[in-house]
Ligand binder design. Sequence first.
Ligand code: COA
Length: 341
Amino acid sequence: MMTEDKTATMSNRPVVTIKLATTSDELLQCYMLRAAVFMGEQHCPYWEEFDGNDYTASHLMLYVDGEPAASMRVRWFASFAKLERAIILKRYRSFGLFIPFVDWAREFCRKKGYSKAYLHAQHRLWPIFERMGFRKVDDRVFHFSDHEYGAFVCDLDVDEKTMPTVFTDPMVLNRPEDRLEMPGILEDSMERGASNPHAEWTERRAATHIIAYVGDEPAGTLRVRWFQSFAMPERLAVIQRFRGHNIGQLLLERARKLAESRGCNMLYAQVLPADVKYWEKQGWRRLVAEDASSGDKRIVAVVRAVDPSKPLPEVEAPESVVLRREGQLDATGLPLGTASN
Ligand SMILES: CC(C)(COP(=O)(O)OP(=O)(O)OC[C@H]1O[C@@H](n2cnc3c(N)ncnc32)[C@H](O)[C@@H]1OP(=O)(O)O)[C@@H](O)C(=O)NCCC(=O)NCCS
């Protein structure tokens, strides 16, 4: 709906363009106009002019031969649109720009489906708004920022057939708001099809350290590292004099709960053969029935479901659970290379 006075290009008449402010440059122009008029002419304090509502509003700009000449702000309430901060820079006044500008704003609201335009008019401007078809909402006269105001409203003739609804073509609703009747840039993007690109959701991968205290005394620790499809508790240690009080079990249970809260399904650990029974008592099972590696320092991989009521996620190929040394992890903590985990 960008408006341009086309006939003007054929004559010496200036070209008037009205559009929705869509760039930060255009917003800057709008704020400068308002500063010049409201702060400069009408002595409005800065914090009252820039009142915190500029980023919830639409801003309309009027240009004369490309030069910012007028602006207006529209705020959107459920049952009406509120026109505000209408100004014309002093040197562009008395050229009859105001009424077409307000008409453009009303048309903009109407096309969005608003059946009412509402505004607070300074007392001296009441006659002009009445001439434009606005009527006073009631007899209240109120004042702010040193001016007396009355509330005005006017009905907009919304076309039930064309007004936007939830059944409107979704791509129409995606268009720039002041050009709802013209295909927008997102319609051009349809040519590319839908490849659904997205970044994988990744957990925070830094290790988590859990410490158990007896009174104020640290009694045991457990480190948990986070992988794509499992959490790995490791370095389980309880100080000798605190052993035999289920502190290890408590730490593992805390790790399980933490994994559950992070949406993790499986716990994986590497334990010494002598400790397997301890882990099995707590619901863990060997990843492979018999450990293949040999030697004194051999380790046994054990797993358990985070939620005991749900079966352990199928570990189809146990040998695919390959852990790398930290140096072989990428920046996000994922193993480098092809190992899946
Ligand atoms: C209000 C304002 C936007 C009007 O701009 P403008 O360029 O003078 O308006 P136009 O030339 O389009 O005039 C439109 C009509 O309004 C009338 N009008 C303009 N200013 C008026 C005023 N102060 N008092 C009464 N009527 C006024 C004009 O006479 C004209 O009527 P006409 O067609 O019968 O001659 C402009 O004066 C302005 O920016 N003022 C400072 C900001 C402001 O007060 N904004 C309103 C906040 S509610």
